[in-house]
Design a protein around this ligand. Structure first.
Ligand code: FA5
Length: 350
């Protein structure tokens, strides 16, 4: 039996060395350690051993099991690291000094991150909504608990049309319509509202390395009974870990938006400078990426939803800034500058 146990350990070592995927590792775990695995089969023969041999073989079997488990977890780590390295190496880096291939079209980096976020949220049961760029004052402000002359409007000065409509300054402008669209299925059929809506936003503001007058956000809302901050944090964490596929430092701090209570600012450690401070993060080492919070009762009411019965969270992800961080784009203005030399580097979608 001793030889058989040692032989199993040796074979497990060789087969683990040849494994190349998580599926291979699962199969080896079952093969060696599973209920019907090789080690269990040997242990079943212990009954036939003498009283003296039994504890010795029992100890050896435990050692073999522990060795195989530790080889397996080492290999899991190795494969994960390899996959991560591949992911990082194959992520295009925005480098304006690279020669451009202008013979073929390419996806804009914002399209790439938008699609990636849509894929992630769709897999978690969210619908993807489209919304117009020209909206009313009610959609952009009043329905969001920002009445006329509220100081929060100063932060989002935008472009007004002669007919009183405006270019939306935030994707939150779609919230009211989404609540009204899905309210009946929430109330009558108990279907939670889970929607994201990416879109272009406009603000009348001075531009710099991390501010544009035209940029993209992606709003997300979830409304149901008993939705809490834990749900919000779970979805934010899942989204960021899926997008970046590596450890990202984030910080959550209180933030004020009239349409959420409580409200938070979710910042990520600047990936351009590694947190040391640079123009892309206004020299703070942190980049405001995704404000969020629990939807204010007044906003739910405006959408026809009873805040006594339902709660929800909302977030407003800065998609353009996410693209900057993901692809190492130092200046946000390069993305709107129709610089084909830079943009043609993004050809790797799908
Ligand atoms: C808002 O627009 C809120 N509507 C977000 C929100 C939604 C809060 C739901 C709570 C609940 P803010 O103005 O901070 O918040 O913009 C959100 C994100 O958009 C910022 O974190 C940033 O990533 C991006 N952003 C804002 N202004 C600009 C700009 N001028 N250029 C590029 N990105 C910007």
């Amino acid at each position: 039996m001793k030889e058989k146990l040692n032989a199993i350990r040796e074979r497990a070592k060789q087969e683990l060395a040849a494994a190349i995927s998580p599926e291979d590792l699962d199969a080896l775990r079952v093969k060696f350690l599973g209920k019907k695995g090789e080690l269990t089969a040997i242990l079943k023969q212990m009954g036939g051993l003498s009283k003296e041999e039994r504890p010795q073989m029992g100890q050896l079997a435990n050692e073999v099991r522990a060795d195989i488990e530790s080889m397996l977890s080492e290999k899991v780590g190795e494969l994960k690291e390899k996959a991560l390295r591949h992911e990082i190496e194959s992520t295009p880096v925005f480098d304006l000094s690279m020669p451009a291939d202008l013979d073929r079209g390419s996806y804009h980096p914002i399209t790439l991150v938008q699609r990636e976020c849509e894929r992630i949220f769709k897999s978690m049961g969210f619908t993807v909504e489209d919304y117009s760029e020209v909206v009313s004052d009610y959609e952009c402000f009043e329905s969001l608990n920002i009445p006329k002359h509220h100081p929060a409007r100063d932060m989002q000065d935008t472009y007004y049309l002669e007919n009183g409509q405006l270019l939306k300054s935030q994707t939150s402008a779609a919230q009211n319509a989404i609540y009204k669209k899905y309210r009946d299925s929430l109330v009558n059929d108990g279907v939670p509202i889970k929607a994201i809506f990416p879109g272009r936003c406009f603000r009348n503001e001075a531009t710099d390395a991390c501010h544009e007058n035209t940029f993209f956000q992606m709003e997300g809302v979830m409304v149901d009974k008993n939705i809490s901050i834990s749900n919000l944090i779970y979805f934010m964490k899942t989204m960021l870990s899926e997008v970046f596929r590596r450890d990202i430092k984030v910080r959550l701090r209180p933030g004020f938006f009239p349409f959420v209570e409580p409200g938070f600012e979710l910042d990520i450690n600047c990936l351009i400078c590694g947190g040391e401070g640079c123009p892309s993060c206004k020299h703070s080492g942190w980049l405001e990426l995704c404000p969020c919070g629990m939807i204010h009762p007044e906003v739910l009411k405006a959408g026809g939803i009873d805040p006594e019965e339902y709660t929800g969270f909302a977030f407003g992800l800065g998609l353009t800034r996410l693209a900057m961080m993901k692809y190492g784009i130092k200046d946000i203005r390069d993305m709107n500058a129709a610089n084909l030399k830079g943009l043609s580097q993004f050809t790797d979608d799908e």
